[in-house]
Design a protein around this ligand. Structure first.
Ligand code: NAG
Length: 507
């Protein structure tokens, strides 16, 4: 019973469905116990436009602390980075998003197996060492640059550049004094925060906002090579007494520059002497974001740096759709999670990532028969930047067949596989609300993620809406709880109490 997230009230089932159908929000978020189906509004299947976006400065209601920041999907029509005008870049296609998602997952798998010994060993792709070019801030040579992590030379900082440009969510921060608006990708899968910096001695990619100019901030300071903060970096170097950082991502994207400190503004809150990378050599598919906010568990990450201020607590809520509703990112014990269902954060499993233990999967309210050893063998982590949840093949197969049986029972027409997704339906012509078999992930301690109706399907097209889960290559690869399944939940990370929590219906 401990691992049950929905108690069974058999005969009340239909009543619940009816009640939910009557009271569900626009997206039919099904919160509660004992339901076998959730209702998805057919509107969800249609492309969104920017007319339904909240006004840019609008803060979500009931902000409990001064840090709450609205977040939106990077490529959604409501993104501050949204393409506009004739110079607009094209938003990535669903095929591109899912291909990038797969590269991110492969990178996470490599990094997890390198740092924890878990997972299938794969040949590691070696890339040329990242160095600043001659004529850049320093005559930094490869040797002055390459100071790999003490634990392992293969220990690259986590995250995937390509995925940063596709499946991720952005938040707007203020950096420096006076604060410069910078819209950055936020990423629980990496530690070091960085932004592109002028004078971009080597090169910067195109971003939407003006590139951060350290000389215009009177609180900016370089960090010295002798500072212990310089040693916190996975990869660091030294130029003219100033600490250099480098982050190389899984797909070959990278950022290199000075490790610096300046005032960081989060919502109405201020963090002084926040350490971040001032990137003067940046290459990769980061979209038009100014950089990245690292929310991992490493020493350089924001929640760890601001530990005393926020007790190592942050939470975010990813909105159900790319328009209409706004999500949030919030720091500190006031972060909304009163009703969160908690599961232990497994901090001994490896660096950076938020490891948790999945114990089961439910479809239509029924626990699937999957040996718990399948989950414990692979391990699992929660990631803000992976789009599609990845499961061991021995867990994915029972899930997709149970879901397919449920969909067949509801009379939906099958559609061809799409990219990494193989359980797809043609929902052309449906109106009103669409019933879907409920899907839930059960975690150690009984915490449960009753996936919101908006997080069950990945809608490539109305004629191709697919179960938004995929199988890992191997049962030993770590499972990843992706951001599609986290939608509308407040996902809480508490580094002090060492728990991860899911609070339903938060945005
Ligand atoms: C930081 O270091 C760079 C490179 O040496 C230098 O150009 C810049 O003026 C320094 N900034 C400050 C505030 O010291």
């Amino acid at each position: 019973m401990a691992a049950s997230c929905r108690r069974s009230h058999g005969s009340f089932c239909l009543l619940f469905v009816l009640l939910l159908a009557a009271t569900a929000s626009a997206l039919g978020a099904a919160v509660g116990s004992s339901i076998s189906h959730v209702q998805l509004s057919a509107e969800f299947l249609l492309p969104v436009d920017s007319s339904s976006c909240p006004t840019p400065q609008e803060q979500p209601h009931g902000a409990p602390t001064g840090t709450r920041m609205p977040i939106v999907h990077q490529h959604g029509p409501c993104s501050p980075l949204a393409a506009a005008g004739k110079h607009a870049g094209k938003a990535p296609s669903h095929t591109e998003i899912l291909a990038a998602d797969q590269r991110r997952v492969e990178y996470i798998h490599r990094r997890v197996s390198e740092t924890t010994g878990r997972g299938a060993r794969r040949p590691r792709r070696t890339s040329a060492p990242v160095e600043l070019q001659p004529g850049s801030p320093s005559p930094a040579s490869a040797s002055s640059y390459a100071k790999p992590s003490s634990s392992s030379p293969a220990n690259l900082p986590a995250s995937s550049g390509t995925a940063l440009g596709t499946g991720n969510y952005v938040v707007t921060i203020g950096l420096g004094t006076p604060p410069a608006r910078s819209t950055v990708v936020f990423d629980t899968g990496s530690d070091t925060t960085w932004v592109q910096c002028q004078p971009c001695v080597a090169y910067c990619y195109r971003q939407k906002e003006p590139i951060f100019n350290p000389s215009k901030s009177y609180t900016y300071a370089n960090i010295s090579c002798s500072s212990s903060y310089c040693d916190d970096l996975y990869t660091s170097g030294c130029s003219g007494g100033h600490c250099l950082y480098a982050v190389q991502y899984g797909d070959g994207s990278y950022t290199v520059g000075f490790y610096a400190q300046d005032t960081l503004k989060l919502g109405y809150d201020v963090i002084k002497e926040f350490r971040f990378g001032c990137g003067e050599k940046n290459r990769g598919l980061f979209g038009k974001a100014a950089g990245l906010m690292g929310l991992g568990r490493g020493k350089t990450s924001l929640p760890v740096q601001a530990y005393n201020k926020y007790n190592g607590v942050f939470a975010y809520c990813l909105p159900a759709s790319a328009s209409g509703t706004t999500g949030f990112l919030d720091f500190g014990p006031g972060a909304p999670a009163a009703n969160a269902r908690l599961t232990p954060m497994l901090t001994d499993n490896g660096p950076t990532f938020y490891y948790v233990a999945i114990t089961g999967i439910k479809v239509g309210g029924h626990l699937l028969s999957i040996p718990e050893s399948i989950f414990s063998g692979a391990g699992a982590l929660v990631d803000s930047g992976t789009v599609i949840t990845r499961l061991p093949p021995s867990a994915y197969e029972p899930l997709s067949s149970a879901f397919a049986r449920g969909m067949e029972g509801l009379g939906y027409k099958k559609a061809p596989a799409f990219s990494i997704l193989d359980t797809c339906y043609d929902l052309t012509g449906y109106q009103g609300s669409i019933a879907l078999p409920a899907v839930a992930l059960v975690f150690d301690g009984g915490a449960c993620l009753d996936v919101d109706a908006s997080g069950i399907l990945y809608v490539a097209d109305v004629s191709q809406a697919c179960l938004a889960f995929a199988a890992n290559e191997d049962d030993t690869d770590v499972a990843i709880v992706g951001n599609t399944q986290q939608k509308t939940y407040s996902v809480l990370y508490d580094l002090g109490k060492k728990v991860v929590g899911f609070a339903p219906g938060a945005c």
